[in-house]
Design a protein around this ligand. Structure first.
Ligand SMILES: NC(=O)c1ccc[n+]([C@@H]2O[C@H](COP(=O)([O-])OP(=O)(O)OC[C@H]3O[C@@H](n4cnc5c(N)ncnc54)[C@H](OP(=O)(O)O)[C@@H]3O)[C@@H](O)[C@H]2O)c1
Length: 294
């Protein structure tokens, strides 16, 4: 029998989570600070709780998805709610930091409840689909016990490890990749516009170049994992040609007066590596200069 699940937070993501649980046949209770946002869930078959305490009392499993961990704390960390949670499982799907998750796990332990921390690597339209990705960390046996319910939220649920901070940590690492591409996109748009290149032409080039960049990033991660920083027969590109091409970009940006906040950061990392003698090493050698501040 499917366990009853309560979901706290009916924003864009929380609503998608609750809809997916209802669709998968879980008895679902929802609560939201702004009550009106729970109405579509009631229409879809959820019970609507009048308070956080009522929502917590209604189910064995409580999923939280609000804006940040401070909001979660304001909902759960008071005497009546903490007492109602005793012996239950809280799955925190709000985005946060690794240390925030570790602190929440310690609080949960002190108050006699089980805790899993998850990070959602998907937009709400992916929730409940095969392609929905959720990273989860916490006690392995608790994860195993909840695997089916988590599977209702996305087809790609991954257990990352027992340290509750790991899901958020991996989430941040993946977001760093994402913003690298998005901010790179912003720079490309600025350069294209300054040189009157049609953005449709840029879009076509992105489609053609994305697999090449994908291969470079995979290679970078693989070589960094193995500490293979010296150039060898499999090196795709050493630091030197990257730095040369990078300076063509910087010169163009200077000439057209394009903001160089981001490229100034790239320059600093290139310089640290080159000054340390890595000009002719594999590009992956730069990863040694990103782990700590300059
Ligand atoms: N949307 C995405 O694509 C996406 C993807 C991955 C992860 N996430 C994560 O999912 C979480 C929710 O995102 P969202 O897109 O659903 O945001 P959202 O639509 O802005 O919803 C935010 C939710 O948090 C609630 N909330 C905020 N402060 C609160 C407080 N002090 N007390 C009680 N409730 C509070 C809001 O309640 P009210 O309705 O009363 O304001 C609302 O239910 C975030 O941590 C986000 O990083 C979102």
């Amino acid at each position: 029998m499917r366990p009853a699940i309560s979901v706290l937070g009916m924003g864009r993501m929380g609503s998608a989570l609750a809809h997916a649980l209802i669709k998968a046949g879980y008895p679902t209770t929802v609560w939201n600070r702004t009550a009106a946002k729970a109405a579509p869930l009631a229409a879809a078959g959820a019970e609507v709780a009048a308070s956080v305490r009522d929502a917590v009392a209604a189910s064995e499993v409580v999923i939280v998805n609000v804006s940040d961990y401070q909001a979660t704390e304001s909902l759960l960390r008071n005497g009546t709610v903490a007492a109602a949670l005793k012996g239950k499982l809280v799955i925190e799907l709000t985005s946060g930091t690794p240390d925030g998750a570790r602190e929440a796990q310690a609080w949960a332990e002190r108050h006699g409840l089980r805790y899993l921390d998850g990070a959602i690597l998907a937009t709400p339209d992916y929730i409940g689909t095969e392609a929905g990705t959720l990273l989860v960390s916490g006690p392995a046996n608790v994860f195993e016990h909840s695997r089916a319910a988590l599977g209702a939220l996305g087809g790609n649920v991954q257990f990352i490890g027992e340290d509750p901070g790991l899901a958020n940590a991996l989430d941040s690492a993946v977001l760093a990749l994402m913003w690298g591409a998005l901010f790179g996109g912003l720079q490309a748009i600025a350069v294209a516009r300054a040189e009157t290149i049609d953005l449709g032409v840029l879009a076509k080039q992105w489609a053609a170049t994305a697999p090449v960049i994908d291969g470079l990033v995979s290679d970078l991660i693989k070589r960094s994992a193995a500490g293979r920083y010296a150039a060898d027969g499999e090196t795709l590109s050493s630091v030197s040609p990257h730095y040369g091409a990078f300076h063509h970009l910087v010169d163009l940006m200077k000439a057209r007066g394009i903001d160089r906040t981001i490229t100034d950061g790239y320059e600093a990392v290139f310089r640290r590596a080159i000054d340390a003698g890595h000009l002719h090493d594999d590009f992956a050698s730069l990863s040694q200069f990103m782990g700590q501040p300059a």
